[in-house]
Ligand binder design. Structure first.
Ligand code: SF4
Length: 150
């Protein structure tokens, strides 16, 4: 039973390795969603130099009572509309990185990826950045996990 004095322990107490390789695989795949809030839409519109309503009309869609960025079907899958692919190098980068939504900022430390080591390894089948690079400490992981849009 949990209580006020319970100390939180997670299977990733020692941190987890993660370093993005810019493959873009987390930004494509089967049809999905990238949730955006009103504030995030405003920030994205400012970044791309569009009026807010024009941006929303062009790049967002209603989904399940919320708002998501749109997707573009490519040979790789359903790409986020802001994923820019460089076919020469095989890299894919976010063209609105500075104003990317919270959901993108907290990947891969989403609650569903952290439920178990198995779930983390499963996410690693999509994202080659999992398990490589420097160790992200537990404190940072907790912050990202809690900031992930529910
Ligand atoms: S799938 Fe992982 S390594 Fe590839 S772009 Fe996304 S975060 Fe980076």
């Amino acid at each position: 039973m949990g209580g006020p004095n319970q100390i939180e322990t997670e299977w990733y107490q020692d941190g987890l390795r993660f370093e993005c390789t810019m493959c873009g695989r987390c930004c494509t795949g089967p049809p999905g969603y990238v949730w955006v809030t009103d504030d995030e839409i405003s920030a994205l519109a400012t970044l791309v130099g569009m009026a807010r309503h024009a941006f929303a009309d062009t790049y967002t869609r209603p989904l399940a009572g919320r708002t998501s960025l749109t997707e573009v079907e490519t040979r790789h899958g359903f790409d986020c509309v802001f994923l820019k692919r460089d076919e020469a190098t095989g890299t894919a980068t976010c063209s609105v990185y500075e104003a990317r939504p919270q959901q993108c900022r907290t990947w891969p430390f989403w609650p569903e990826n952290l439920t178990s080591e198995r779930a983390w390894k499963q996410a690693g089948r999509v994202c080659p950045g999992l398990g490589s690079g420097p160790v992200v400490p537990i404190e940072q992981i907790r912050i990202q996990r809690e900031k992930t849009p529910k």
